[in-house]
Design a protein around this ligand. Structure first.
Ligand code: ADP
Ligand code: MG
Length: 319
């Protein structure tokens, strides 16, 4: 009997967004102690303390993808930890415990591993997080470092991707683009800034920019209520020096690890005034949350409005 096979869908053709949806369908719904599973920067869990939530996140770095073999091991360690801390920051939380799994070729210099851990530990210690274990495996080809972090956040201060309200102002910290040329191995996760924000202001929604503003804003939009749209202004996007004035780089380059958040415009004056007293990092209002079925729009310098295409980093789409 002849039977037709379904064509094979590769993960490349499916893309990262769709693949995660497929995974979510296999796992099915969460229940009980899970406040939020797949879909935010961290999973949100009920622990023993009635006043706080636990935050749980996990991010790998892989040789040849997130770092080059010749990059300093200490920087690789810093990056591997700091990526995870950035996700804890995005929820308004404080990092508490980390587990680190590494895959190494047998010929790897032990000094490389020690330097890797001095970088991991430096980032963890700076933000009050303790490395409490992990696992070690042998690899034949590319090395990897997988860090999982548990954080904590007061229930009253947790900030999800989903809370944007029509009329909100949209802000980003720092300047965007060109990270690969400059800071991707040495960025500061915005834990201090995020904690200060959620302690002093009613932040409605927050995400960390890991794959590029155009893609991460799309993620925020997807988690937002129906009819909630986002308009950002090309002229207002803070472009990092490393992006050399290139707006597309600021919109689409990954690994900025800055915060994007929305807040009621009534707080904007106070926010700006107090922020400058507290931090040296820039804070820029880049747009507004609007009533719209078009999820994310880019307003050009000439006032024209176009759909913002998510063209940030997708692990499979462009490879
Ligand atoms: P981030 O970049 O902040 O880690 P993403 O937007 O890339 O988050 O991921 C979206 C959501 O998908 C997150 O909640 C994350 O936990 C989940 N996710 C990503 N990959 C997997 C996977 N392989 N299995 C289960 N969940 C995943
Ligand atoms: Mg994130």
């Amino acid at each position: 009997m002849k039977h037709t096979r379904k064509p094979i869908a590769s993960v490349r053709s499916r893309g990262e967004f769709a693949l995660i949806n497929d995974i979510q369908r296999v796992i099915g719904p969460t229940k009980g102690s899970v406040v939020a599973g797949i879909g935010d920067d961290c999973a949100v869990l009920r622990g023993a303390d009635p006043n706080t939530y636990l935050l749980y996140t996990c991010d790998p770095v892989v040789e040849g993808i997130h770092y080059r073999s010749r990059d300093p091991a200490r920087s690789v360690g810093w990056k591997a930890m700091a990526r995870n801390l950035s996700d804890i920051a995005a929820m308004g939380g404080l990092p508490r415990w980390a587990i680190v799994s590494i895959g190494l070729r047998g010929a790897t210099d032990v000094r490389w591993v020690k330097q890797l851990y001095s970088g991991l530990q430096a980032a963890a210690r700076k933000f009050g997080c303790q490395i409490v274990g992990g696992d070690t495996t042998h690899v034949k080809h590319e090395a990897f470092v997988v860090v999982a972090v548990i954080g904590e956040v007061e229930k009253a201060r947790i900030t999800l991707r989903s809370g944007a309200q029509i009329g909100d102002s949209i802000f980003v910290t720092g300047a965007l683009g060109g990270s690969l040329r400059a800071k991707h191995l040495a960025f500061t996760p915005r834990i201090d800034e995020a904690r200060w924000l959620v302690t002093n202001f009613p932040v409605h929604a927050m995400i960390d920019l890991s794959d590029g503003l155009s893609s991460d804003l799309q993620r925020l939009a997807e988690r937002s209520a129906r009819g909630v749209g986002f308009e950002i202004h090309a002229a207002e996007i803070p472009i990092a020096r490393a992006a050399r004035g290139n707006l597309a780089a600021a919109l689409n380059d990954g690994e900025d690890f800055e915060l994007l958040f929305t807040i009621d415009p009534r707080h904007v004056t106070a926010l700006r005034r107090k922020w400058t007293r507290e931090f040296r990092v820039e804070l820029t209002e880049i747009g507004r949350v609007v009533r719209s079925t078009r999820k994310v729009a880019l307003v050009g310098r000439d006032g024209s409005k176009t759909l913002l295409i998510p063209a940030g980093y997708d692990h499979f789409a462009t490879r």
